[in-house]
Design a protein around this ligand. Structure first.
Ligand SMILES: Cc1ncc(COP(=O)(O)O)c(C=O)c1O
Length: 493
């Protein structure tokens, strides 16, 4: 069994084995003509359940053959131009190379003595990103597993900063337990659900998040935010944080960052910018201005695995003031004793809420070193431009209505039949169209609700997608919706 360990004696096996795997995946990518096969849960479940995990095949090639049946054949391929579903981007080759290197070397970025150069590379990338945000020299941050974790981490820091401030300013001794139930977080009604989940996990409850309405363009209405902040203080509660979203999940809308920063500062509230999606603008040669004001934030979430064309996982949380990261610091004798901090040994675990942690930063490093930041930004610009064209197409199409003109690269729209049709049937027709399209494997689109009605969504993150693809998918959706309505109405009459 030792022959399976990757070490100095097995380097040749490693080369052969990984090359074989790469060959299979390359062949698969080259021959994929649909984003997926349309296989159902019921079809695939018994195939996977039928694998006897206690009977190994002992041969990587045989396992790769088996993998074709259980995974590769039916996987959802984000690189396909008709994958228009969730916020998954096609990935760039330098990052995939980084992924292969990082898992083989297998550094863990919690402590310097498990990582060395990895630690310094991650730190350089954090400084680089902070520079792009416009933070000053006091900034810092750390890579995380994704936007949800980054948002959670930021709100943890915000919570503890708020407690510190409230307790400091209180005339009487105030126990933390008394402060926590009074903390409130403000986020737009279309912010990501991880804000609410974070509040719950931070012991504040879902109710601690005050949803702020959005305007027609799905940007936070800051006049309502101002009123809500005042109400909060009037009720003897504490505005802990305002979360601005720079690229909402559904609409790609960017909240008015400078005005939110002003209001947050006025109420001594932490300002967090969730730029999980919009962070691609940091490297955009033409659209960087859309993020103006982000530099005023106390913390920022960036998901390189959304708009930097990086493989999952690759995300970071950044803070304007590195001292605030101390709220997540714990010194353990067996890992990162306080002595090490005094000796200025760079243990990233001092800043992270994870311990053992992947060297995800390597993928971004390879990407920047091969393609450069502008190369990534140009790709993101292409998908934003495509979305603008897609909007024109849908807006001009009488079969559909589209919600807002995109700032980034999503389009939320719905099929609307000609003539009077019951609203619940229209909802069902849209839902059916999405499901039927998925089952056909021809394309993948997402869905969401707007004011309680069922909508469809294109998330455009693939520069290879064309307006012809968009037009073709619209035709497919309309055909499925029409068929559904035709059958339902015939059945009812
Ligand atoms: C605005 C926004 N924030 C946070 C997240 C969560 O990111 P992740 O899926 O990487 O946890 C998403 C995911 O779509 C998002 O759109």
């Amino acid at each position: 069994m030792r022959s399976h360990l990757l070490n100095e004696t097995t380097a040749d096996d490693y080369r052969r084995c990984v090359t074989e795997g790469v060959e299979r995946v390359a062949a698969k990518l080259a021959s994929t003509d649909k984003p997926h096969t349309g296989i159902s849960v019921d079809e695939l479940t018994p195939v996977i359940a039928g694998i006897d995990l206690d009977r190994p095949l002992n041969d990587p090639a045989a396992v790769l053959d088996e993998l074709e049946e259980v995974y590769l054949r039916d996987a959802v391929y984000f690189h396909h131009p008709r994958y228009l579903g969730h916020l998954n981007c096609p990935v760039v080759i330098p990052a995939v190379l980084g992924e292969a290197v990082l898992s083989a070397v297998n550094s863990s970025l919690d402590t310097w003595d498990q990582s060395i150069g990895g630690t310094l590379i991650e730190r350089r990338l954090i400084d680089w990103t902070a520079g792009r945000i416009g933070f000053g020299a006091g900034a810092d941050g750390v890579f995380t597993s994704g936007g949800s974790q980054s948002n959670f981490h930021a709100l943890l820091l915000a919570r503890d900063e708020a407690c510190r401030l409230v307790m400091k300013n209180s005339e009487r001794e105030l126990p933390k337990a008394e402060v926590l139930p009074k903390l409130r977080i403000f986020a737009s009604e279309v912010s990501h659900f991880s804000v609410k989940k974070s509040a719950a996990m931070l012991g504040l409850g879902y109710e601690a998040v005050i949803p702020v309405p959005v305007d027609r363009t799905k940007q936070m209405d800051t006049s309502v935010l101002a009123l809500e902040l005042e109400n909060c203080v009037r009720e003897g509660l504490f505005p802990m944080a305002v979360v601005a979203t720079a690229g909402t999940t559904d609409f790609g809308s960017i909240d008015p960052l400078p005005e939110i920063a002003r209001l947050a500062a006025e109420h001594s509230a932490w300002m967090h910018v969730d730029a999980a999606y919009g962070c691609g603008l940091l490297v955009s040669p033409t659209r960087r201005h859309l993020l103006d004001g982000i530099e005023l934030a106390d913390s920022v979430t960036v998901d390189y695995h959304k708009s930097f064309f990086q493989p999952v996982s690759s995300s970071a949380v950044l803070v304007r003031d590195r001292d605030t990261l101390q709220h997540a610091t714990y010194h353990a004798d067996y890992l990162n004793p306080r002595r090490m901090a005094e000796e200025r040994i760079p243990n990233q675990v001092d800043k992270s809420i994870q311990t053992t942690r992947r060297f995800d930063a390597l993928k971004l490093w390879m990407t920047l070193r091969v393609m450069g930041a502008d190369g990534i930004g140009e790709l993101f610009d292409e998908v934003c431009a495509l979305a603008a064209e897609g909007w024109k197409l849908i807006d001009a199409d009488p079969r559909f209505e589209v919600v807002v003109q995109p700032q980034l690269s999503t389009l939320v729209f719905r099929y609307v039949p000609a003539g009077e049709v019951r609203p619940d049937l229209v909802d069902e027709a849209n839902l059916h169209a999405r499901k039927a399209l998925f089952a056909s494997g021809e394309a993948v689109v997402a869905g969401t609700k707007v004011d309680g009605d069922q909508y469809l969504k294109f998330t455009l993150l693939n520069p290879q997608t064309t307006t012809a693809d968009i037009a073709a998918v619209l035709d497919l959706l309309a055909a499925h919706a029409e068929q559904y309505l035709g059958e339902s109405l015939a059945f009812a009459s």
